[in-house]
Design a protein around this ligand. Structure first.
Ligand SMILES: [Zn+2]
Length: 303
């Protein structure tokens, strides 16, 4: 037993050394909450709605908090009125960011075996800063993915990474008519966390990771309690920082999205699809860089 104990102690020492090295070479790694990052436009005060605070939650159909319900985890069991969903991106969004978002879209398409998205190009002349508040970006009926450099006007706390908003179809509240995703470009640096580095006080956020989560809302999913599905991309917290990504879906995520959109071809095999997505997201190139940034006093975590 003593021998075994020594081996475990040695193993622990190696793991701790690796962890400390990882933190020292990287930057700040910390957990951020995604609560309040999504919700429908309040219907009563549509055009004059003041930006809501962090309390906004998707309500959705009855039973969506009950794991035994077919509506579990869904705010829009009817999905979108029509597929594919046409979308535009912020006029200032770099091509590398568009590519990361499209990888996230591809993940959900692989999960369903369906063609879910259709790219209509840049939204000419329009950025997140073109809109006066959070919900007014829904008024143009274009589904947009925007960068906001004036995050405060969204009414969201500065720590919220991004937010997904939508209008339901007035004739069927289980369906989504239009939606936008707004990224907190003021306080975070979005990109491939395996490559990019923090700038000034803005911490690195893996765009593919957060886009996969926000697109889950965009497609009709709500947050999942980690006690039910710890590996769900829809858990309402995320570890961010340089070198940190969580881009895959759990098999629960795949089952829930298929409850909305069904499945096509080999995607109907949920376990094989989950394994395929896992493999796909890990095919990204390894991080080429080591950062020279100092670690901060923020609580450092490993996942
Ligand atoms: Zn969320």
């Amino acid at each position: 037993m003593q021998h075994l104990g020594f081996r475990y102690t040695s193993l622990l020492a190696v793991v701790m050394t690796l962890f400390v090295t990882f933190v020292a070479c990287g930057s700040q790694l910390y957990q951020v909450s995604l609560h309040g990052d999504s919700g429908p436009r309040p219907s009563v005060t549509q055009s004059t709605a003041p930006a809501s605070g962090g309390a906004l939650m998707a309500s959705g159909p009855d039973g969506n908090a009950d794991p035994r319900s077919p509506n579990f985890g869904l705010h829009a069991p009817g999905g979108w009125d029509s597929l594919p969903i046409h979308y535009r991106v912020d006029a200032t969004m770099p091509a590398a960011q568009v590519a990361q978002i499209q990888l996230a879209m591809h993940t959900w398409e692989v999960a369903t075996g369906r063609s879910l998205f259709a790219y209509d190009g840049m939204h000419q002349g329009i950025t997140g800063d073109s809109f006066k508040d959070l919900y007014s970006s829904l008024d143009d009926s274009k589904n947009g993915l925007y960068l906001d450099n004036d995050w405060l006007k969204t009414g969201k706390p500065t720590v919220v990474l991004a937010t997904t908003i939508w209008d339901n179809d007035a004739s069927d509240v289980n369906k989504i008519l239009t939606a936008d995703i707004r990224y907190n470009d003021q306080y975070y640096i979005f990109g491939d966390a395996l490559v990019i580095k923090p700038v000034d006080s803005r911490e690195v956020v893996d765009l593919q990771t957060v886009a996969t989560h926000e697109l889950g809302h965009f497609l009709g999913l709500i947050h999942i309690d980690p006690s039910i599905d710890a590996h769900s991309i829809m858990v309402a917290s995320l570890y961010i920082g340089q070198g940190l990504t969580t881009r895959a879906l759990s098999s629960g995520d795949i089952k829930r999205i298929q409850r909305i959109y069904g499945c096509g071809g080999s995607a109907c095999n949920v376990e094989a699809t989950q394994a395929l997505i896992e493999k796909m997201v890990h095919e990204a190139p390894p991080s080429p860089a080591t950062a020279s940034l100092e670690t901060s006093n923020k609580s450092t975590v490993a996942k």
